[in-house]
Design a binder for this molecule. Structure first.
Ligand SMILES: Nc1ncnc2c1ncn2[C@@H]1O[C@H](COP(=O)(O)OP(=O)(O)OP(=O)(O)O)[C@@H](O)[C@H]1O
Length: 319
């Protein structure tokens, strides 16, 4: 659905050129929900604006929804949906009329647009709100209306720019279900930028991480987490005098790094801690090493971020 090669954008400013995006390669397959993550200023919005034809690349090329970004931007526009950060509805507009008007820009007839809109209202839990003024909708309802508008022309590929920023936790969780449904029920491919790691963790099949204008990692959540050294297996011994024996066993686990001893505990990192735990317990038992406790700690996406960008995304305010 998206194939970009060496996509770059440099802005000319009074203080000199700003290389916002520097040679991005990315591939998104049909039916995927792909999360595009990066710290503030990393180049997410600039990349998104290029892929949606709102900004011309300085160099590079891309095919989006089967159309060449440079040679056929109209073809790209006809086949994508774009839900911008700020939303698209006017406060005074009537929700249903907004949907019909926007769909007509894509060439749908009035009655076909109304039928499509009502179907999407039902799917996104907006039933009964067709006649409502946009200003009277809740934040979550307005975001869902934005998504309906982005889907009116049945695009195969939908771009969502920080769809849940500013929503309360319940509305966010609700929207996640609906975004999951875009793929599962409507068969759409979804490209989503977000600042929220829990959102990426919950929603996305695959993640792309951008920093300083370049893709620094791509893969499933599991692949990215495995890339930061894997799971930590932490054992506490009943008798600390047995530390050398226990360390010896832990060091022989497949893929293990050097065991670290401290605070009465021994820690080792392995690619798949849960799977190796039975073997570890068996081998320690065979050596007569008694345990006071054992824990497997999986890396979080924040650990991934920290190791890739040197920055934590957890406490960054959304733009
Ligand atoms: N029109 C512009 N003129 C000059 N510099 C720009 C322009 N738009 C973006 N930039 C710069 O390009 C870099 C990337 O910006 P971009 O908005 O793509 O980042 P982002 O990852 O979307 O950030 P955020 O998460 O804060 O929205 C930043 O250094 C930004 O200041």
């Amino acid at each position: 659905m998206i194939h970009a090669r060496a996509l770059s954008r440099t802005f000319t400013t009074r203080t000199g050129p700003v290389e916002a995006v520097r040679g991005v390669d990315l591939d998104v397959e049909r039916g995927e929900i792909v999360g595009f993550l990066g710290p503030n200023g990393a180049g997410k919005t600039t990349t998104l604006r290029m892929l949606t034809t709102l900004l011309t690349p300085t160099s590079g090329q891309a095919t989006v929804a089967g159309h060449d970004l440079i040679r056929d931007p109209i073809g790209v526009r006809r086949n994508i949906g774009y839900v911008a950060q700020g939303g698209v509805t006017l406060p005074e507009a009537i929700a249903g009329e907004e949907c019909v008007d926007q769909a007509r820009l894509y060439g749908l007839g009035k009655s076909a647009a109304a039928a499509r809109g009502k179907e999407l209202f039902d799917q996104l839990d907006l039933g009964g709100l067709w006649e409502r003024k946009c200003s009277s909708l809740s934040g979550g309802q307005r975001r869902r209306l934005d998504i309906v508008i982005g889907l009116m022309h049945s695009p195969g590929l939908v771009f969502l720019d920080e769809p849940t920023t500013g929503l309360d936790p319940q509305s966010r969780a609700n929207l996640w279900n609906h975004i999951g449904g875009l793929r599962d029920e409507l068969g759409s491919t979804v490209f989503i930028t977000t600042h929220y790691l829990d959102e990426a963790d919950h929603l996305c099949d695959r993640l792309l991480v951008i920093d300083h204008g370049q893709i620094v990692a791509s893969g499933t959540k599991e692949e990215l987490k495995a890339g930061v050294g894997g799971d930590a297996v932490i054992v506490t011994l009943a008798d600390p005098a047995r530390t050398p024996d226990a360390s010896g066993v832990m060091a022989t686990l497949p893929g293990a790094d050097e065991p670290v001893v401290g605070d009465g505990q021994i820690t080792v990192h392995v690619p798949e801690g849960g799977g190796l735990l039975p073997r570890l317990l068996r081998e320690l038992d065979a050596k007569g090493v008694e345990l006071a406790g054992v824990e497997v700690r999986r890396p979080t996406l924040d650990d991934v971020f920290l190791s890739l960008t040197g920055r934590s995304l957890r406490d960054e305010p959304a733009a």
